[in-house]
Ligand binder design. Structure first.
Ligand code: S3P
Length: 212
């Protein structure tokens, strides 16, 4: 199947996983947090990065910086397709930066990032583990009701429908962690799973060594 999103994402050479035959590789650690609006990606990601002494990047912040607009303005002025394009570009840019600077990074995706066609496959092929922060939709609703700045949070019915529509995407994540409780405990759970390895192996973005 032709997959434009995946093609777009894969367009960057820094994000294309090098053939296994290439011996010269370094390993940089990276983790992505996926999940619906209100699942705690930013809160958990900030705490997790602090505990790991890794860099924390919030994709929504990157999108706003790149566009020079806040998220509601991007949706209003440019429309959702443009937002998705910027989102894909910025995700690619973050991975490129991790590869270039070799800075271990926790990346909090936006609520819709991982639900875009090709995104799970792209992150898998880049070797980036994805943790789905999962909470009952009632918990998500309760959290989002009190917050502004989410153009896709319109009413309860559409919120529930979008959540149901995206579940199959989130289910493709490498790990699922319940995020309905205290964020510090969610972080402890992630750390206890051994998702982040301190040696070699799982949990690494494969990065090509620069040619000398
Ligand atoms: C979106 C979720 C938001 C933000 C944008 C679109 C979505 O991120 O990227 O409003 O499609 O669900 P959060 O999940 O961090 O609120």
């Amino acid at each position: 199947m032709v997959n434009e999103y995946a093609d777009r994402l894969a367009a960057s050479t820094t994000m294309t996983q090098p053939p296994l035959s290439r011996a010269l590789q370094t390993r940089v650690q990276m983790l992505c947090l996926a999940g619906f609006m209100g699942s705690g990606k930013t809160t958990v990601g900030t705490l997790l990065a602090r505990q790991l002494a890794w860099r924390f990047v919030d994709l929504d912040d990157r999108i706003e910086e790149a566009a020079g607009l806040d998220i509601p303005e991007i949706f209003e002025r440019l429309g959702e397709p443009a937002f998705r394009q910027i989102e894909a570009d910025q995700m690619r840019a973050v991975l490129g930066r991790v590869a270039e600077l070799k800075e271990s990074t926790v990346l909090a995706l936006g609520g819709g990032t991982y639900a875009q066609t090709g995104a799970p496959e792209f992150l898998r092929s880049a070797g980036v583990p994805v943790i789905w922060l999962d909470s009952p939709v009632e918990v998500l609703l309760g959290r989002c009701m009190t917050m502004t700045g989410r153009p896709l949070f319109r009413d309860e019915e559409s919120f529930r429908a979008l959540h149901a529509q995206r579940l199959p995407s989130y289910q493709q994540a490498d790990h699922r962690v319940d995020s309905s409780g205290d964020p510090a405990l969610v972080v402890a759970e992630i750390l206890s799973r051994g998702i982040v390895s301190t040696g070699s192996g799982e949990g690494h973005l494969v990065v090509e060594k620069p040619q000398s």
